[in-house]
Design a protein around this ligand. Structure first.
Ligand SMILES: Nc1ncnc2c1ncn2[C@@H]1O[C@H](COP(=O)(O)OP(=O)(O)O)[C@@H](O)[C@H]1O
Ligand SMILES: C[C@@](O)(CCOP(=O)(O)O)CC(=O)O
Length: 890
């Protein structure tokens, strides 16, 4: 009978009579020959076949004996600290699968180590590896400081490194190993070390922490070790729902010593936890097979991406041959270096399916940074000495579908900036990739990696040293350079909003944009013309408000909720009114085109125009076209040909997105401005409205006419002027509707004159256009959109000796006026007219009408944002032509 009274503790474990209560307990397996049968079975069978015969009712699983004490004087059990049938059932099962003389279930893996270290007396030496679990290191340090144990560390991957410590004077009592080590997956040759230690220090015992592989893949007792322990919290239980540790002993002396200590200390596993562990362990082989198959895929993937991966399943592992000599699998823990600690932190925190957690071995996949988590208790300088780098990420692979695991990991790598898409024409199409997955999953990991590459890490590190947060999401490879023209509405502005045809031409004044990559996870706009410069964290934008959308074209309607959210967000920076509207339009497109934060490229848009802003010359449409085209090119939704013109369907897409930006800026625009900005030339544009079909016809080959554009320099707001006309129409339809009808007639006649279908002399052509302009201006005055500054220009140009006709162009309320200059107009008069207009405070200039629409630069020059700003509006044209004239247009 065992006694539980520890009052007269023996001098040494070996002298203990208490130990025999466990050690000599009759194994239940002996009762029905289970052990003999099980010995012939392979591991996967053995691990399932639990002997449950030690119960009175024939229960088919080992019952939970949730009791502290047992009745009677001579039974097998008396007190659960000393022994319990549930724990006993577990222990005899584990002894079999460990090839052990005996196995013991304890409360944790660290308790196992604590018990084992008690075999070492003060003054004796423990020789331990130099890459060990942080908790192991902590307990060893304690044994040194409080137990007088001489603890030394050596590189256990190199047997020769151990030899100097093994001489007699070193008094080595214990050699403590891990293989593979945690977290560097270093391999120690257990057999060779055991033999070497036994030869040089016969009294030393070899202890192996086998947690990284479990007895399914490696059984160190068969390789010469004396004691093995496992944190059963890991693979043995497999579900992270129980804490436990197992000690398996290889000889009677070790068993006796350990049994005595466990009983004396009371560190045996509780009955319920024993039950959980016994239930979990049955699926060990099944889980491990899947976990290590998944781990191999992940390792292949990361290795193929060019990361330094520690995993014995990779051929490149320096000790793979030794590992495969002593183990039957590579396990499911691997570690990887990114070369940048902050980058690693971002990868780990961007993972979703991979849980950020310490520990490993559960059925679900985990990701961690050992230096911050499992190994944080090792001082930083010692970690550094032992080659444990701060950027190390540990991946503990579970049983999930490997496609989901790689999806999530890939996503984390992308959003953290660790990898960027790889443009390679030889990449496998998705059906071929799926086929590789079915036939050779390991190869699939490698093929999949080819879709990405590591970015220039030095550039990223440079980004960090420049103080950037490097919270990088996706970005673009190089600058995208775009441009779009302004426009002049010759006839039909405002009426066009209500479905009347308007006639407009592009202008030789343009807006230019450079979309440049960033590495800090932000999106920014720089608009020197507006003195606006704003940046936002991409991740902090209101992505959940982006409306779902199908297809490549933009939505017809703005989403009011997203718009309101952006207005609020942008207002936080206290921008100017124009800076706010440009920012909101840009962010709206930035988000709506990307749809998800992970798709949004970290970029800065720099825009500048030689167009006067807010003067009725379509600066907003030119700006909107630049925003839309740059973003669509960034998303590879608009293809930029090397030469020729941009695909018409892509041009239509740009137009639809530019129109959406125009809606942000103008509320209810007709779409004529963006139509001209995107397509260039001259157009007759009718908006589709109230069931009436719209249309847009190019007007080709119109006779050139000299035009004088005069900017009154009176700022005005298109949005409120358009809204004002709508309000007037609602209030006074009898006034407005006839005016709209007359403007339609004007546009129709002008179109006939311009496209040559109405035959007339050159003089007749000019004077008829003048008459139409006069009428159109009068109608605009009726609609309430003229302004004293415009009337001043009308009067100044109409005065003798000039006798010219002027109409406002665009929204009115200030802005620009357009004056037709007949061929015969005297040059001297023109000079004095310009002087008169300048005297009014206006800005007159002679213009050329027509010209290209949207332009995209075909090269990928970089660092153009600053040169764009430096050029300033006056230098933009030569800046653009200085880009080697490599432009393609719509
Ligand atoms: N060069 C530019 N840089 C930034 N934003 C611009 C630029 N040009 C136009 N915009 C945007 O367009 C708005 C001007 O629209 P609007 O008043 O209709 O002028 P326009 O009549 O010239 O189209 C500005 O408030 C700004 O949001
Ligand atoms: C007044 C309007 O007809 C033309 C745009 O004018 P402006 O270029 O913003 O001044 C409005 C529209 O067509 O959307």
């Amino acid at each position: 009978m065992s006694t539980v009274d520890g009052s007269s503790a023996p001098q040494s474990p070996a002298e203990s009579s208490l130990a025999t209560s466990i050690f000599s307990a009759k194994s239940p397996a002996d009762s029905d020959g289970h052990a003999a049968r099980a010995a012939k079975w392979r591991f996967a069978t053995q691990v399932v076949a639990v002997d449950s015969s030690d119960n009175a009712h024939g229960a088919s699983s080992v019952p939970i004996f949730q009791t502290a004490t047992f009745k009677g004087m001579d039974g097998q059990y008396d007190y659960t600290r000393s022994g319990n049938p549930t724990r006993g059932g577990l222990e005899s099962h584990l002894a079999r699968i460990y090839s052990a003389h005996q196995a013991f279930a304890l409360s944790t893996g660290m308790t196992c180590l604590d018990v084992i270290l008690r075999l070492v007396k003060p003054g004796e030496t423990v020789l331990a590896g130099d890459d060990l679990y942080g908790g192991t290191n902590r307990l060893l340090t304690y044994a040194k400081s409080h137990g007088g144990v001489d603890v030394r560390h050596a590189d256990t991957t190199d047997v020769a490194a151990l030899i100097p410590h093994l001489g007699k004077g070193n008094n080595v009592k214990m050699v403590l190993l891990e293989s593979p080590t945690n977290p560097l997956l270093k391999i120690a040759d257990i057999q060779e070390i055991s033999a070497t230690v036994k030869a040089a220090a016969p009294d030393a015992i070899i202890v192996v922490d086998n947690t990284m592989l479990s007895p399914y893949l490696q059984r160190p007792l068969e390789l010469g070790a004396d004691i093995v322990y496992d944190s059963a919290t890991k693979y043995l239980s497999g579900h992270h729902d129980v804490m436990a540790g197992i000690i398996a002993t290889g000889n009677p002396q070790a068993s006796k010593d350990i049994a005595w200590l466990i009983n004396a200390m009371g560190s045996g596993l509780a009955p319920f936890d024993s039950f959980l562990l016994l239930r979990g362990v049955k699926t060990l082989a099944l889980r491990m097979d899947k976990q290590q198959a998944n781990a191999q895929i992940v390792a292949n993937y990361l290795d193929a991406l060019g990361f330094k991966v520690h995993y014995p399943g990779l051929k490149s592992h320096p000790k793979a041959d030794i590992h495969w000599k002593q183990a039957s699998g590579a396990g499911a823990v691997l570690s990887v270096l990114t070369d940048d600690t902050q980058l690693s932190e971002r990868v780990v925190s961007a993972a979703r399916l991979w849980g950020v957690s310490v520990s490993f071995g559960a059925v679900n996949s985990l990701i961690s940074m050992p230096c911050l988590m499992s190994h944080a208790s090792i001082p930083a300088h010692i970690r550094a000495e032992r080659g444990l780098r701060e950027d190390l990420i540990r991946l503990c692979v579970g049983i999930e579908d490997p496609r989901d695991l790689l999806d999530d990991l890939e996503h984390a790598l992308i959003v953290s900036g660790a990898i960027v898409p790889n443009v390679d024409p030889s990449l496998l199409p998705s059906d071929k990739l799926a086929e590789v997955f079915r036939t050779n999953p390991g190869q699939w990991g490698i093929e999949r990696a080819r879709f990405f590459r590591r970015p220039n890490v030095e550039a990223l590190i440079d980004g960090v040293s420049r103080g950037l947060a490097l919270d990088g999401v996706k970005t673009i490879d190089s600058d995208i350079v775009v441009s779009a023209p302004g426009k002049v509405i010759l006839f039909g502005e405002h009426a066009v909003v209500h479905g009347v045809t308007a006639i407009a031409t592009s202008l030789n004044l343009r807006c230019y944009g450079v979309l440049a990559p960033r590495t800090d996870g932000k999106v920014a706009i720089t608009a020197p013309d507006l003195e606006a410069e704003h940046a936002w964290e991409i991740s902090s934008l209101p992505w959940d408000l982006v409306p779902p959308r199908e297809g490549s074209a933009a939505d017809e309607k703005l989403d009011p909720v997203l718009l309101a959210a952006l207005e609020k967000l942008v207002a936080q920076d206290k921008p100017t009114k124009t800076g706010a509207s440009a920012s909101i339009a840009f962010l709206y497109l930035f988000m709506a085109i990307a749809r998800e934060s992970t798709e949004a490229p970290a970029t800065t848009l720099t825009v500048s125009a030689n167009l006067p802003i807010g003067a009725g010359l379509g600066s907003s449409a030119a700006f909107s076209t630049c925003v839309a085209s740059a973003l669509l090119v960034a998303h590879e939704r608009v293809h930029v040909p090397d030469a020729g013109s941009i695909d018409p369907s892509h041009v239509d897409d740009v137009d639809s997105w530019a129109f959406l930006a125009e809606k942000v800026l103008h509320g209810n625009p007709s779409g004529i401005d963006n139509a001209v900005a995107v397509r260039g030339g001259a157009v007759a544009f009718t908006r589709a409205i109230e069931g009436k079909e719209g249309g847009m016809d190019s007007i080709r080959g119109f006779d050139s006419i000299r035009l004088l554009l005069t900017n009154t320099r009176v700022p005005r707001d298109t949005k409120s002027l358009v809204a004002g006309v709508a309000a007037k129409r609602a209030a006074e339809p009898h006034v407005v509707d006839p005016v709209l009808g007359q403007i339609q007639d004007i546009s129709d006649e002008a179109r006939g004159l311009l496209d040559g279908s109405t035959k007339t002399s050159r003089n007749g052509f000019v004077s008829r256009l003048e008459a139409l302009m006069r009428d159109n201006h009068g109608h605009l005055r009726t609609l309430g959109v003229s302004h004293p500054s415009l009337e001043a220009v009308v009067n100044a140009t109409a005065a003798a000796p000039f006798n010219l006709t002027t109409k406002l162009t665009g929204a009115g309320g200030g802005g620009c006026a357009v004056t037709l200059i007949p061929d015969t107009f005297d040059d001297a008069h023109l000079e004095s007219l310009l002087a008169n207009l300048r005297a009014l405070g206006a800005e007159p200039y002679l213009t050329t009408l027509g010209g290209p629409g949207l332009g995209v630069h075909t090269r990928t020059p970089s660092d153009l944002s600053s040169t764009l700003v430096a050029a300033g509006p006056a230098g933009l044209e030569s800046w653009a032509s200085g880009l080697n004239a490599q432009w393609v247009h719509s």
